[in-house]
Design a protein around this ligand. Structure first.
Ligand SMILES: *Cc1c(COP(=O)(O)O)cnc(C)c1O
Length: 384
């Protein structure tokens, strides 16, 4: 039996086989699977912008004027004025000198990290950082040091021991973590970056559009805009669109245009996607009530579950409910799916052993009424 058959059989045996489940429709925070309607608690459309009329309008207009595909890489003839307009807006939004748009968060991390780090450099990476960050590091050939999740003491211990042995060093962290819903101790990481002469790169995939006075993320909220060298984020989550960006200095942007392989060797994003992203940035400014309501509701959901004896962690719109035992977690998710909530179990090895959980990804569509009903249904499913 070959590798392919072996893996499939093993995954099946352990109940870990991943499969696809196509939805026939997604609308107003609901998802339709096999003709059944669910409240969607597994989506990253945090602000409900993916189907906002202004995004659709912008995209339609762009299609009429500029067609569907960008037809070439930005360095050939795929570079459109709208790409630059989006980059100018992102630079302004993030308070940096410039910005570069990349085709997805995954491509951005893989391309950027492998362009700025080389063999002989070191990278200090939070243990729970996203797979695309890890892949970028592996591709770069730099030496990888992983520090305990959100533990700046452990990071300093590593820096003290290792920094002197390497030419350049980069600290990388997400600002809001996708599986734990918690936030990096950014102020402490920035202090260490200065003390040990490193650069720092953050991934604001889950924070962009949600945190900070202007909604640009945790870096803004913490007042660290000038201290963070590379500020990456995506248009694919709260912004409801697609693609990613890095906000940085002009020099870093020019360096990436010359060296970032996922930028150079891939067709530019379609104009409709770019124009929708521009519309979405405008909405972040014009409709702050979306992020305010979302964070208030998340707080309410978290507190209510706590009060009735559940263990919830994090401090964002991502609310992990820790059950512990894997079978119990799967059982609870099945019961909730029967009650029309689309929420999935997250289990080892994705999370630590004994920390199996349901991960509720809250969106603007999940009103207090829906959450109240969900809280009741969670209680009943667990206790009755
Ligand atoms: C989702 C995510 C990405 C990938 O972004 P895509 O645009 O979906 O490719 C990268 N980093 C983090 C932290 C993410 O959560």
């Amino acid at each position: 039996m070959g590798r392919i058959e072996e893996l499939l059989q093993e995954r099946k045996r352990e109940g870990l086989l991943r499969t696809l489940r196509p939805a026939s429709l997604r609308k107003q925070g609901k998802i339709y699977l096999n003709a059944k309607e669910y409240f969607d608690f597994s989506s990253n459309d945090y602000l409900g912008l993916a189907s906002h009329p202004k995004l659709k309008e912008g995209a339609k207009k762009a299609i009429e004027e500029l067609g569907i595909g960008a037809s070439a890489s930005r360095l050939l003839s795929g570079d459109l004025e709208v790409h630059h307009r989006l980059e100018d807006r992102i630079a302004l939004f993030k308070g940096k000198e410039s910005a570069l748009v990349l085709n997805s968060g995954y491509q951005a991390n893989v391309g950027i990290i492998s362009a700025i780090l080389k063999r002989g450099d070191a990278v200090f990476c939070d243990r729970l950082n996203h797979a695309s960050i890890i892949d970028g590091i592996l591709l770069s050939g730099a030496k990888l040091f992983r520090f305990h999740h959100c533990d700046s003491n452990h990071l300093e211990w590593l820096l003290k021991k290792e920094r002197g042995n390497f030419k350049e060093a980069l600290i990388i962290t997400e600002t809001v973590f996708s599986m734990d819903g918690d936030r990096a101790p950014l102020g402490e990481l920035v202090n260490l970056k200065e003390k040990y002469n490193c650069r720092i790169m953050v991934d604001e995939a889950h924070a962009t559009g949600i945190f900070g006075e202007n909604g640009s993320g945790i870096v803004e909220e913490q007042g660290l805009t000038d201290k963070v060298d590379l500020n990456l984020g995506t248009f694919s989550k709260a912004l409801g669109g697609f693609g990613a960006y890095i906000a940085c200095s002009k020099d870093v942007r020019n360096y990436l245009i010359n060296t970032c392989r996922s930028f150079i060797y891939s067709t530019a994003l379609p104009p409709s996607v770019i124009v929708a992203n521009i519309a979405s940035l405008k909405l972040i400014k014009e409709e702050p009530f979306r992020r305010k309501t979302l964070l208030e509701n998340a707080q309410y959901f978290r507190n209510s579950l706590n009060k009735i004896g559940f263990r919830v962690i994090g401090s964002s719109q991502i609310v992990p409910l820790i059950i512990g035992n894997t079978e119990e977690t799967i059982e609870l998710s099945r019961k909730l799916q029967n009650k029309n909530y689309w929420v999935l179990p997250i289990r080892p090895p994705t999370v630590r052993k004994g920390e199996a959980r349901l991960r509720f990804s809250l969106t603007y569509y999940h009103t207090k009424e829906i959450l109240e009903r969900l809280i009741n249904d969670i209680y009943e499913s667990k206790h009755l």
